[in-house]
Design a protein around this ligand. Structure first.
Ligand code: MN3
Length: 206
């Protein structure tokens, strides 16, 4: 039986400054993410047949989740999965680092170059209306694509595997950037952990 809990952060709340400030990290991780975890556990309470499935299994086949908790699992399960990935793909002091190895080759093939990937990802994050996420995904054929989703939806809901995600909900940036979402998005390129994204890419094409 699964009781979900917050993942451990590999860095301190202050570590991503000046790009993501300490107070935003404290609230985002300790309050927002914790709330998704709590609500997901509440939704699954007393349902051992659902608790024994992985979150990817539940979100990959929402039609199999009982209707009365389907929206709660979608929003809060998605919230937990999305934020868990987000914390993992962030790291302090990654300025000027770029993808290498197989991921670089695949990105060049899919987008033309790293700079062209950035343009596409920035556009996806900027134009996602309201709350949601921008993604780098591996599709069912093993190809890389940039996408975005509303709310806490995760690409697994369409059978795709996210290897990088950027939270563009206002709670992710409002304290530091207010309405300046584009500035928050461009700062993300200074704190992306490409080693982790590479590992996720390589394990998703096995
Ligand atoms: Mn968030």
């Amino acid at each position: 039986m699964t009781n979900y809990s917050l993942p451990t952060l590999n860095y301190g709340f202050h570590a991503l400054e000046p790009y993501i400030d300490q107070r935003t990290m404290e609230i985002h991780y300790g309050k927002h993410h914790q709330t998704y975890v709590n609500n997901l556990n509440s939704a699954l309470e007393g349902k051992p047949e659902l608790q024994e499935k992985s979150l990817e299994e539940l979100l990959g086949n929402l039609a199999a989740v009982p209707e009365q908790i389907r929206t709660a699992v979608r929003n809060n399960g998605g919230g937990h999965l999305n934020h868990t990935l987000f914390w993992e793909v962030l790291a302090p002091s990654t300025e000027n680092k770029t993808p290498t190895g197989k991921l670089k080759e695949a990105m060049d093939a899919a987008f033309g170059s790293f700079d062209k990937f950035k343009l596409e990802f920035t556009a996806a994050a900027t134009t996602r209306f309201g709350s949601g996420w921008a993604w780098l995904i591996v599709d069912g054929k093993g190809n890389l694509q940039v996408t975005s989703t509303p709310n806490q939806d995760n690409p697994i809901m369409d059978g795709n595997h996210a290897i990088l995600g950027l939270d563009v909900w206002e709670h992710a940036y409002y304290l530091n950037y207010q309405n300046r979402r584009p500035e928050y998005i461009s700062s993300f390129y200074n704190i992306m952990n490409w080693d982790v994204v590479s590992e996720k890419f390589e394990s998703s094409i096995k």
